[in-house]
Design a protein around this ligand. Sequence first.
Ligand SMILES: Cc1ncc(COP(=O)(O)O)c(C=O)c1O
Length: 426
Amino acid sequence: MSSLFDRHKAVIPDWVALYYRDPIEITHGEGRHVWDAEGRRYLDFFGGILTTMTAHALPEVTKAVAEQAGRIIHSSTLYLNRPMVELAERIAGLSGIPDARVFFTTSGTEANDTALLLATAYRRSNQILAMRNSYHGRSFSTVGITGNRAWSPTSLSPLQTLYVHGGVRNRGPYAQYDDQRFVEACVADLEDLLGHTRDVAALIAEPVQGVGGFTSPPDGLYAAFRRVLDRHGILWIADEVQTGWGRTGDHFWGWQAHGQAGPPDILTFAKGIGNGMSVGGVVARAEIMNCIDANSISTFGGSPITMAAGLANLSYLLEHDLQGNARRVGGLLLERVRAAAAGVDAVREVRGRGLMIGLELTEPGTDRADPEAASAVLEAARERGLLIGKGGGHNTSTLRVAPPLSLTVAEAEEGAAILEEALGVL
Ligand SMILES: Cc1ncc(COP(=O)(O)O)c(C=O)c1O
């Protein structure tokens, strides 16, 4: 009998990447831990790509899913759906967007695709501004606004995309500037770019770039961008797929680090809200959301079972102040990771906010990305019982640390100690 890995390779596309030389099958989880098929236990500091937001096997979510499954799993958007309306009400209230409407999808990709449909229809333009090093999903429309070559398999696109500076603070032509000059240079570049275009529909940006390696501009950049965009009537789409729900600790939404701008025109979310159930969505004020003058549905979007999970998960998050926990325990973890990385020449930068922490690795003494070093640390961490992730626009050489938001102090200390040992292999 061939191994599961062999069977995977025989039937799953080559471009669905697996972590580790000897990939693991995760069979169950509890809290911040998961177990593989051989019974080994790991501290999970990646949460299935920032998606197990509260905890594995959280009883409140499991119960809500089981109870809803026992009543009805699916009815479609053709019928009134109480859990969907309830979750929409709560998200509309939390979004900060006035007169908000919420449309549920099954993924972040589909949420961003919907945001693009809304913005292009509203503005009657297919021109989009996106950030360099961005990631917004895997569909034909979203790879066209993904400024990270490793994740954008084609340059063919229904959109005309212009890439803007600013998402990456420590690389590119403005990296050597202080924060204020960095922001001024990015804004000047945006102004210049707009001088060569007409009728751009929207700017889409992740407040902290996720796949791009947890990079972000100085706080306030998007507020400064907003002032320029407003003069041109250009919409601002905040992709909160990774940064939403308090993950960054300081804020409930990533856009709030640029709070002077007020809420975005369109906000997209996915990943954490369903704690693993496929929930994504778009929030926009009614005028924008309702500009579509044809029917549109998502058969599975907003299904009762995923909405029940989302409601239970969101309630747990708010009742246990997991944003506050992300700020407190994330702050401690960042300190510990900084200390662990202090003597390691290959670590070019440790950065982060809340429970979104990145370690960028380069060949010592240079700016050259070192993906082999990142893979070596990933393997070494796993051998010692810690799962982390990778990312970064520069050949995937940033380690990503993003545990569930209920992480305890003891787990943060334990994970940082393992990471320190793993960095020792470099
Ligand atoms: C910022 C961001 N937007 C969109 C997506 C796409 O979400 P999904 O994989 O659910 O389609 C991702 C996924 O990693 C993401 O990180």
